[in-house]
Design a binder for this molecule. Structure first.
Ligand code: ATP
Length: 236
């Protein structure tokens, strides 16, 4: 469904991605793990059209989509829940959700229906639909960021560090929702620093180090991979 070939990206003169190859099939949950600064967010931003790759290509259903802008990528079926959540603090929960579907130019009725679907998945957001997003807890803001991405009914959901800075009990809740999404057939690319968590909740995984894929495979096998274990799972 999604194929990345030999992707490179730069910030000015600094290179962040060095020839990344990655593939996601329909219905899979794929984890992308790696240390701080490895390039995980950059890869997601390239997929979303937020960072223009400097080389390589991105294929969606075999068609090149490299260099398209974020609104076009949303219309093609990708949506991102960004690192740090990036909800609009001065807008209400409902208004933040509305933003997720803007590129799709939905009717008011369709928009309201999708908001209800998000509320069914995240009942806490329904309770707080008029509350300003900036006054939500970190966990609630994370739910809102995921909900906002779901407003686009993406074929591929990109999740950047959904557990970052969130209390463990809320992280469990968020991962339970991610698993439900995955079971209901949503294709997911999950970026996580918590490698154990990412591997236990995914089908396959890639390990990114210094802008390069250095390991890949089935998640349950990678849980026992010596390189990954010594780097991330606290065992040699
Ligand atoms: P983290 O988990 O810390 O977000 P990451 O794996 O997502 O790490 P990236 O954020 O993709 O890593 O960063 C990859 C490299 O690109 C790093 O060296 C980072 O300093 C650099 N970088 C990221 N964003 C920018 C930017 N806007 N301008 C310049 N350099 C950047």
């Amino acid at each position: 469904m999604l194929k990345i070939n030999n992707l490179t990206a730069h910030y000015g003169a600094a290179q962040a991605l060095f020839g990344v190859d990655l593939e996601i099939s329909t219905g899979e949950t794929v984890a992308l793990v790696g240390a701080n600064g490895a390039g995980k967010s950059t890869l997601l931003k390239c997929l979303m059209g937020l960072v223009k790759p400097t080389g390589g290509e991105i294929l969606l259903d075999g068609k090149p989509v490299t260099g398209k802008n974020p609104a076009q990528m949303v219309r093609l079926g990708l949506a991102l829940s960004p690192e740090g959540r990036e909800v609009f603090p001065e807008l209400s929960v409902r208004e933040n959700l509305q933003l997720g579907a803007i590129p799709l130019k939905l009717s008011k009725a369709e928009e309201a229906e999708r908001i209800e679907e998000v509320f069914d998945r995240f009942p806490k957001l329904r309770e707080r639909h008029l509350q300003l997003a900036g006054t939500l807890s970190g966990g609630e803001q994370q739910m809102l960021a995921i909900g906002r991405a779901l407003m686009a009914k993406p074929r591929i959901l990109l999740l950047d560090e959904p557990s970052l800075g969130i209390a463990p009990i809320i992280t469990d809740e968020i991962f339970a929702i991610i698993h439900q999404l995955s079971r209901s057939g949503t294709t997911i690319l999950l970026v996580e620093q918590n490698a154990a968590r990412a591997l236990s909740g995914s089908d396959r995984a890639y390990l990114l180090a210094n802008g390069k894929i250095v390991e890949q495979g089935k998640s349950d096998e990678l849980l026992n991979d010596p390189i990954l274990r010594s780097a991330f799972l606290g065992a040699a």
